[in-house]
Design a protein around this ligand. Structure first.
Ligand code: NAP
Ligand code: HSE
Length: 440
C-alpha cells in the first residue's frame, strides 16, 4: 500500500474549513487522482475553541502554524492564513526550506515574495502550488502552465475579484448601496480579511501579477501595476454607463505593447453587449488572446469557500501524484525581466463625468481644453439640473450639473492634462470622474 500524503493545514477560515469538508467527501477520488491516499494529520488556527462545523479532535492542533510545519508527520503544508508577511510568509518559507511541499491560495504572498519562494521550491525539489490564488475555482494557472506552449500570448484580461464584481452587479441591478453590498460579500466569505484589498484593486493586482508572469514568462512585478479600485464608483456612474450602453467592471489587464508590458487594474466601461459584461455577481472571467488559439475565455466562481477549496484540492492531488513543475511554468532563472510600459502612454476611449457649473460658456470651455489636447469627443450628455428645471430657465445659475463626455481613443497623458486644465479653469464643482473604456 502506498504511503499516504500527510497534510498539515494552516488556517481554518472560509477556505481552510471547506478544504477539510471537500477532502472528507471526495477522499476516494482524490486518492485515485493522486495515486495514493491523502490524510489531514494536523491543523492550525488562532482560536482552538471556535466552532468550525467539523470535529477537530481527529487532527493534531497547533496554535503556531510554524510548529505545524515542523511536525515530523507533515509532508505537505496547505497555507490558508493569508497576508503577504507574518505567519503566512514564515509558514511557507519554513516549509519549503525543510523540503516540504506547499499548497497555498495566498496571492498577496506570491505577488510580493513569489520569486524567492519559487526559487526555494526549485532548490529543494518540492512543489509550490497556487491554483486557488487566482480566480477562485477557475483553473487558470493550469491552463497557462500546461495548455498553451504552442502560443504566444499578446494580452490577458479579466474580472479577477469576486467581491468587486458582486458589489458592482448588485449596485447596478438592485440599486443597493456600496456599503450594503460589501457587507453581504463579507458575510458570504468572498472578501479578504481587510476588504480594502478588494475594493481598492490591490487583490486584483496581486492576481494579475501572477498571471502576467505565467502568460509572458516574465518575473512577477506587482510594483509595475497601475491600480485604481471601485470605491469612487457612484450609482450615478452606473446609471450613466447603462444609459450610454456600457456596464462598469473592475478589470485587470496585461498586454504586450511596443514599449513593454502594460499591467493595469481599474474600473472599466465595457459595452453591454460584450461577453465580459454578462459576467455578474461573484463570477470571474479571464480571457487570453494568443496567436494560435486566438481567444480563450474561462468563466467561473471567483471567490467563496467551496469554489476556492476546489482549486486547493486539485493542487493537493497533484502533489500526491508527485507532480512538481516549476511554480511559474519555467525555472526562475529563465523568467525574463519585463520592460514596464508606462500608463501615461496607454491609449483608449474614456468616460469623463464632470460636475460643471450650469452657465453659458462652460461646455465651450470644456470642449476647448479637449481640442487643445487633441482629444476627439464621441458623445456628450448633459442632464438638465433640478434648479434649471424649476427656477433657472436661462441656465445661468451656476448650479452643479453633470456633463458626461465619451472620447474617441486618446492617450492617458492627454486626458489627464485636459482634465487638470478644466479643473484649474474653475469650470467644475467636484473632482472629475474618469473611467477607461475597453471595447473588445
Ligand atoms: P479567513 O476566513 O480570514 O481565515 C484565515 C484563517 O487563518 C483563520 O482560520 C484564522 O484563525 C487563521 N489565522 C490567521 N492568523 C493566524 C495566525 N497568526 N496563526 C494561525 N492561524 C491564523 O481567510 P480565508 O477567506 O479562508 O482566506 C485564506 C487565504 O485564501 C487568503 O490568502 C485569501 O486571500 C485566500 N483566498 C480566499 C478566497 C475566499 O473566497 N475567501 C478565495 C481565494 C483565495 P481563526 O479562525 O482562529 O481566526
Ligand atoms: N477576496 C477575493 C475576491 C477572494 O473577492 O475575489 C478570491 O480571491
Amino acid at each position: 500500500m502506498t504511503r499516504p500524503l500527510r497534510i498539515g493545514i494552516a488556517g481554518l477560515g472560509t477556505v481552510g474549513a471547506s478544504v477539510i469538508q471537500i477532502l472528507d467527501r471526495q477522499n476516494a477520488v482524490v486518492a485515485q487522482r493522486g495515486g495514493r491516499p491523502v490524510e489531514v494529520v494536523a491543523v492550525s488556527a488562532r482560536d482552538k475553541t471556535k466552532n468550525r462545523g467539523f470535529d477537530l479532535s481527529r487532527f493534531t492542533w497547533f496554535d503556531d502554524p510554524v510548529a505545524l510545519v515542523k511536525a515530523e508527520n507533515v509532508d505537505c503544508v496547505v497555507e490558508l492564513v493569508g497576508g503577504s508577511e507574518g505567519a503566512a510568509l514564515e509558514t511557507v518559507r519554513t516549509a519549503l526550506s525543510l523540503g516540504k511541499h506547499v499548497v497555498t491560495a495566498n496571492k498577496a504572498l506570491l505577488a510580493k515574495h513569489g520569486l524567492e519562494l519559487a526559487k526555494l521550491a526549485e532548490d529543494k525539489g518540492v512543489s509550490l502550488a497556487f491554483e486557488a490564488s487566482v480566480a477562485g475555482g477557475i483553473p487558470i494557472i493550469k491552463v497557462l502552465c500546461e495548455a498553451l506552449p504552442g502560443n504566444t500570448v499578446s494580452r490577458l484580461y479579466g474580472i479577477l475579484n469576486g467581491t468587486c464584481n458582486y458589489i458592482l452587479s448588485r449596485m447596478e441591478l438592485e440599486g443597493l448601496t456600496f456599503a450594503e453590498c460589501l457587507k453581504d460579500a463579507q458575510r458570504l466569505g468572498y472578501a479578504e480579511a481587510d476588504p480594502t484589498f478588494d475594493v481598492e484593486g490591490f487583490d486584483t493586482a496581486h492576481k494579475l501579477a501572477i498571471l502576467t508572469s505565467l502568460a509572458f514568462g516574465t518575473e512577477v512585478d506587482a510594483d509595475a501595476i497601475y491600480v485604481e479600485g471601485i470605491s469612487s464608483i457612484t450609482p450615478l456612474d452606473l446609471s450613466m454607463a447603462s444609459e450610454l450602453g456600457f456596464r462598469i467592471k473592475l478589470l485587470g489587464v496585461a498586454e504586450r505593447t511596443k514599449t513593454g508590458i502594460e499591467q493595469r487594474v481599474h474600473p472599466t466601461m465595457v459595452p453591454k453587449s460584450s461577453a465580459i459584461a454578462q459576467v455578474m455577481g461573484v463570477t470571474n472571467a479571464v480571457t487570453i488572446d494568443a496567436d494560435a488559439v486566438k481567444e480563450l475565455t474561462l468563466i467561473g466562481p471567483g471567490a467563496g469557500g467551496d469554489a476556492t477549496a476546489s482549486a486547493v484540492v486539485a493542487d493537493i492531488a497533484d502533489v500526491a501524484s508527485g507532480k512538481a513543475e516549476p511554480p511559474f511554468g519555467r525555472s526562475v532563472a529563465r523568467l525574463e525581466k519585463a520592460e514596464r510600459a508606462p500608463m501615461q502612454r496607454h491609449e483608449g476611449g474614456y468616460y469623463i463625468r464632470l460636475t460643471v457649473h450650469d452657465r453659458p460658456g462652460v461646455a465651450a470651455g470644456v470642449a476647448t481644453r479637449m481640442a487643445e489636447a487633441d482629444i476627439s469627443l464621441e458623445s456628450i450628455l448633459q442632464k438638465r439640473s433640478e434648479v434649471a428645471a424649476t427656477q433657472d430657465p436661462h441656465g445661468r445659475s451656476g448650479a452643479p450639473v453633470s456633463l458626461v463626455l465619451i472620447t474617441y481613443a486618446a492617450t492617458e497623458a492627454a486626458i489627464r492634462s485636459a482634465v487638470e486644465k478644466i479643473s484649474a479653469d474653475g469650470l467644475i464643482a467636484e473632482p472629475p470622474q474618469v473611467i477607461r473604456i475597453e471595447r473588445d
